[in-house]
Design a protein around this ligand. Sequence first.
Ligand SMILES: CC(C)(COP(=O)(O)OP(=O)(O)OC[C@H]1O[C@@H](n2cnc3c(N)ncnc32)[C@H](O)[C@@H]1OP(=O)(O)O)[C@@H](O)C(=O)NCCC(=O)NCCS
Length: 235
Amino acid sequence: MIKENNNIKIQIASDEHLPYVDIILSTIEQAAKVRGTGIARRNPDYIRNKIKEGKAIIALSGDEFAGFCYIESWGHEKFVANSGLIVAEKFRGQGLAKRIKRMAFELSRKRYPNAKIFGLTTGLAVMKINSELGYKPVTFSELTDDEEFWKGCQSCVNYDILMRTNRKHCLCTGMLFDPAKDNKPEPLPPKRLNVYGRWLRFKQFVFLKANGNSKNKNNKNKRNLLKSLFAALFT
Ligand SMILES: CC(C)(COP(=O)(O)OP(=O)(O)OC[C@H]1O[C@@H](n2cnc3c(N)ncnc32)[C@H](O)[C@@H]1OP(=O)(O)O)[C@@H](O)C(=O)NCCC(=O)NCCS
């Protein structure tokens, strides 16, 4: 599985790509700093293993690192997560993330045909890409309950929010592709995209405000309001 476009080659990573592990991790870390958002940090060995197991997608422009994503199965292969999506800054805005995610999606479907595919994201671009692949926004209760997966969130700066809500909500939105359902990919109408954008901003407002003053009695009301809004928007 190799796709080439605009001189950028996207492929399933293998041992020859192990030297890119450092730049992959530093690009992910740097992007999280710029966005001021949380990430589930991965160590070099974890990424190395993904590459060795043929569970990672890498994009290169010549020898230059352009983008990356990996897949991992959870809950006895009932679920597969597509994680760690990153596109190096100079290659953004050319549809590269979309192509990487599509290849990760195809790889997930091939290796785990019966698994539900999911991802957690704070980004509108990823919500958009996922929607086009047939993912739907879901509550966290629909995602894997595999403790190991959720442990990955421990290194995120927003982990306290996840714990405070008994793992029901966080700044990330869960999205799921269920192969058993008719997940017809649908182009996202602009109106729907605006709803996603407002939803992400609203979550940040509610949770980060609640975080700043955890004794505030209004917090509970805000969280209840959030739950109702989620239900109204996405169910
Ligand atoms: C998010 C990211 C992966 C997007 O990469 P990219 O190659 O520029 O994305 P694409 O060009 O494939 O764009 C895909 C779609 O998202 C839209 N998009 C891209 N960046 C966007 C942004 N910052 N805000 C809103 N929409 C955006 C594009 O317009 C495109 O939609 P279209 O098909 O309707 O034109 C890249 O900006 C990045 O690596 N950011 C830092 C890491 C990150 O946020 N990772 C995701 C963690 S969940």
